[in-house]
Structure formats: structure tokens, C-alpha cells
Design a protein around this ligand. Sequence first.
Ligand code: TYD
Length: 203
Amino acid sequence: MERGRLIVFEGIDGCGKSTQIQLLANWLETRGRRARVTAEPTDKDTGKMLREALSGRVKRTPFEMAAMFVLDRIVHNTAEDGIEATLRKGEDMLSDRYYYSSLAYQGSLCDFHWVKDMNVNCPAIRHPDLCIFLDIPPKEALARIGRRGEAKEIYEKEETLTLFRDTFLRVFESIGDRVAIIDATGTPEEVAERVRAAVKTIL
Ligand code: TYD
């Protein structure tokens, strides 16, 4: 049986990842593939620990955050319903965020090389078949976050989002992975069409 594909979505907060992941999953199914949507932080205990810290309820240093994200990612890969098991069944796995977020976020807040090494050279963390980066100006991202009306997380400020976007772009230059940088401005359908064009290249 042919293995499924691991496709991960990245972008600063407010770039429209969840909408685009769902649209891609629906499209893959219309093409006769089976697609599962997943996310980091995960819904496992390790992901719950991270949510406590992301909300600011529990204080953690950037080093602690980086290590916790790696732990959560290993669980994401190796759990019974995780990435490896899903791909082996021939299903595609679409993840909302992956190690590029650690490189961009924790990498710019503690030690970039340590964070990169821990993620990229870990045998229990699979490299994706494709990373889709939804690129949007930080101002527009914040406007979208504001319209959602949810409580803001610790990273949702313009200077921080600008720093993370720049770091994401540098990460992609420094890494051998296959990355599609997609213009995420426009209607959801316009963006979805750009995403599909990139995904077709790996099916
Ligand atoms: P989430 O509420 O899922 O935000 P979004 O819907 O924008 O993805 O929270 C994820 C937050 O965690 C987001 O601010 C980015 C951050 N994060 C990291 O800092 N490092 C990581 O490795 C990952 C996966 C996420």
C-alpha cells in the first residue's frame, strides 16, 4: 500500500491555517484519498502542558518551551493514532503547525541551533513531504485575530509576529525541506487554489 503524505501548515497566528487545512482535507477526499487533520500542540497530556504555558497561566522559559514542544512532537509522531501509524495506513496527515514553528518561535527566543538540531536531527520526528507556509502581513493577521474576539495568546503582538514571520522565512532558506510559500491574502477559495497547486506536485 502507498504511504500517505505528511503535509504541514505553518504561518503566524491569524494567517488562516485552520480554514485552509480543512479545505485541503475536503479536496483530497474528493480525489479519493483519505486525509486526517491534526495539530500541534497536540491534544495529549504533553499538548495540554503547553497550552497552560501559552495562555500565560503557567510561566515557562523559552528553553522549557522548546523542550516541551519537542516532547509533544515525538508523541505526535509515535502515538498509536499518531503520524507514523496514520501514514502507514495510507492516509494523509495534515498538521496545523510542526517543527518550523519551534525554529521560528523558540529559535528566536532562545538558541536557534539547539532548537533546530533537537527537531531536525531527531530520529523520532519525521520530515514532512511538504510544508505550506501561509504568508500574510502581521498587521492583517492581527486584524483577523481581533475579529475572532478570543483571548489573545502571549505571542499575538505586532512586533512579535513580525519577528516570527522574518524568522520563518530565514528558517526555510536554511533547511533542505520542501516548502511552498503561499500568498495568504485574498478570499479563502483563492488561497485554497494556490495551496492545491502546491500539493499536486507531491501526490
Ligand atoms: P494555537 O492556539 O494552536 O494557535 P494557532 O491557531 O495560531 O496555531 O497555538 C499555537 C501557539 O503555539 C502559537 O502561538 C505558536 C506556538 N507554537 C510555538 O511557539 N512553537 C511550536 O513548536 C508550535 C507547534 C507552536
